[in-house]
Design a protein around this ligand. Structure first.
Ligand SMILES: NC(=O)C1=CN([C@@H]2O[C@H](COP(=O)(O)OP(=O)(O)OC[C@H]3O[C@@H](n4cnc5c(N)ncnc54)[C@H](OP(=O)(O)O)[C@@H]3O)[C@@H](O)[C@H]2O)C=CC1
Ligand SMILES: O=C([O-])CC(=O)C(=O)O
Length: 268
């Protein structure tokens, strides 16, 4: 029997995931979505030839086995709480929101639900999780994004930083992943996920650069542990709709969904 899926947040990621579930994810059935502006979501559903209703987060939690959360950070709790209290599986890439609301893990525990924080725009979380079973000495991450990917970032907007006329790379932030995720909640979910996978967000060191020489969202990660020393780099191609979000993020959620029904799972 198919498992039913609800998508919360029908923007850049949500639209890509919904389309794929409807066309190419056997064993999963898209049942409903919840959205910000209902009229915009309904128009988009029609243009994609998808005939599912737009419902509230509560209705999504009541009717779907799996909730895919891809809404803005500020909406995370209103979507995650009812879903997890109802014992559902919540797939998300909102690492920053989990750091901000750590009690959500207790809601999942009490309700019998599960949060799957998909790898999103990062890579190598499997290796970091494995290393964390031993002793990790340090985790460092340097994020370099083209200015257009950071233009709407909370910290940039609040501090009135003009990135449009940037001639050379500008260091916007240096500190812990926790502080970074708080200041850039929609831009470094990856750093939050890295913190959660490894030695915690307080000990994970982060730099964020606005870099006019970059066309892609770039992350460099270095881990030093008693089992291995490793480093990795990813260059994410920004989506047209939301340059802060790389194309690979939606694909990561689709891969996480496919794994739920797959007879073979690859990776930790
Ligand atoms: N870990 C990772 O690698 C990454 C994580 N992310 C996270 O994923 C989130 C989604 O990214 P993206 O798809 O690019 O964002 P978008 O801004 O493109 O889409 C967000 C959608 O959520 C809708 N929305 C707003 N409020 C609500 C609500 N209360 N309930 C349901 N939906 C709502 C918006 O609708 P409307 O426009 O009508 O308000 C919009 O359609 C980001 O906010 C970010 O936190 C993103 C990229 C990478
Ligand atoms: O971290 C994020 O939220 C998004 C990101 O860096 C990317 O897409 O490369």
């Amino acid at each position: 029997m198919a498992q039913t899926v609800g998508i919360a947040g029908f923007g850049t990621i949500g639209t890509a995931v919904a389309t794929r579930i409807a066309r190419d994810l056997p064993g999963l059935e898209l049942l409903a979505i919840s959205a910000g502006r209902r009229d915009v979501a309904e128009t988009r559903l029609r243009s994609l030839d998808l005939t599912v209703p737009v419902v509230s987060a509560g209705e999504l939690a009541a009717s779907c086995d799996i909730i895919v959360e891809c809404a803005p950070t500020a909406a995370f709790l209103s979507i995650a709480e009812p879903a997890l209290a109802a014992g559902r599986t919540l797939i998300t890439v909102s690492g920053a929101a989990i750091l901000e609301h750590p009690g959500i893990v207790d809601v999942a525990r009490a309700g019998g639900g599960q949060i799957i924080l998909a790898t999103g725009a990062l890579l190598g979380l499997d290796a970091v999780r494995a290393a964390a079973e031993g002793v990790i000495h340090s985790v460092r991450m340097v994020t370099r994004k083209p200015p257009r990917s950071l233009r709407t970032a909370k910290y940039v907007v609040e501090n009135g930083i003009d990135l449009d006329s940037l001639a050379e790379p500008l260091l916007l932030f240096r500190g812990s992943a926790r502080e970074g995720a708080r200041a850039f909640p929609s831009n470094v979910n990856v750093a939050a996920a890295l913190g959660l996978a490894g030695i915690g967000a307080d000990r994970t060191e982060l730099e964020i650069w606005a870099d006019p020489t970059k066309l892609r969202n770039c992350h460099r990660i270095d881990v030093d542990a008693d089992s291995a020393r490793f480093g990795f780099e990813i260059e994410n191609i920004p989506t047209d709709e939301n340059p802060g979000t790389g194309r690979i993020t939606a694909l990561s959620m689709i891969a996480a969904l496919r794994a739920i029904r797959a007879p073979l799972r690859v990776g930790t």
